[in-house]
Design a protein around this ligand. Structure first.
Ligand code: ZN
Length: 327
């Protein structure tokens, strides 16, 4: 066998409600090979699929097993990174009290690090994306909910009970919309892709005028992309909801500035696919809402890794953990 052009890599694994994404990632953040498979039912089946995907990656990239130094895996929570246990998984049936780190290590014969998918997506952006491995950073993923990772001094912020960075459930409206989490007025009810689509659906069902009433024959399928397109075309309802989402995000950015004082706040996920149509109004509102006692404001930028952020972050966190153990 010829020697591999990639002397060593870490395996990154991102387990989502729909897909499992895996990749071999070099120390500089380069993805040597990656693959995606649908998420099967239950943790045992998922572990078997991950083991198959790992073998497939080694063949695809012509990497020898001993050249893979460690693996990182991210899942939805609640979970405990320190204990290596998934308590439950939002959107994943059968994942209850799974000692995922131990089981994956036994299957792959590798050291394994484990964390929340939002934390790892944030770390991915810090390590190989918009963060540039420099300074404190917050990443927000605006998708089904609002995922968040907070990186301080190059490390993921976990907090005492390991539930830090739940920025999607930051209350931005005291008597606001109910959230499945039990609170009211959570950021993700206003500024996630799903939240924006849901608000548009509700307003149209309640009789509000909008081009989406005719365009979306099936209101249940209405997405934040439809809202963004209609807002860009001048639809009054969609413009209002879009502006609202941007302003709530700006409120969150001001609050994050005061809590974390990050160098960058990075926006990714479905809503950020709109690019400047999201970024510019968020920055404008941030400028209106922020304090004037100092001028060290964070840059608000777009995420660059897309849906690979979690997988790359999982591998990056494995690399980081190895480096810290060695030092
Ligand atoms: Zn909530």
């Amino acid at each position: 066998m010829t020697s591999s052009p990639h002397p060593s890599v870490c395996l990154g694994i991102d387990v989502g409600g729909t897909n499992i994404k895996t990749g071999l990632v070099a120390h500089d953040g380069r993805v040597v090979a990656s693959t995606v498979r649908p998420t099967p039912q239950g943790p045992e089946a998922a572990l078997a699929v991950i083991a198959e995907m790992f073998d497939g990656l080694l063949r695809k990239a012509n990497v020898r097993r001993e050249e893979v130094l460690a693996a990182g895996i991210g899942t939805p929570g609640p979970l405990s990174p320190s204990k290596g246990v998934v308590y439950r998984c939002a959107n994943l049936d059968g994942w209850v009290n799974v000692p995922i780190r131990e089981r994956l290590a036994a299957r792959l014969h590798l050291p394994v690090v484990f964390d929340n998918d939002g934390n790892l997506a944030g770390f991915g952006e810090y390590w190989a994306g918009a963060g540039g491995r420099f300074g404190d950073m917050v990443a927000l993923t605006l998708g089904t909910g609002v995922g968040c990772g907070i990186i301080i001094d190059g490390r993921i912020l976990h907090g005492h009970h390991e539930n830090a960075a739940e920025t999607g459930h930051m209350i931005v409206e005291r008597h606001g919309r109910p959230c499945p989490c039990g609170q009211r007025g959570c950021l993700e009810q206003y500024a996630s892709a799903a939240g924006v689509a849901k608000r548009a659906r509700e307003e149209i069902e309640a009789g509000a005028a909008s081009v989406l009433r005719e365009r979306a024959g099936d209101l249940a399928a209405l997405s934040s992309r439809d809202v963004a397109a209609a807002a860009a075309a001048g639809d009054a309802l969609c413009r209002r909801l879009w502006q609202d989402a941007c302003e709530y995000l700006a409120v969150a950015c001001v609050n994050l500035q005061h809590l974390v004082n990050p160098r960058r706040i990075v926006l990714g996920g479905g809503l950020a696919e709109s690019g400047d149509a999201l970024l510019l109004p968020v920055r404008e509102a941030f400028t209106r809402f922020r304090w004037n006692l100092a001028d060290d404001y964070p840059e608000i930028t777009r995420a660059v890794l897309g849906y690979d952020a979690g997988m790359i972050g999982a591998a990056g966190w494995a690399w980081e953990t190895l480096a810290r153990r060695a030092s």
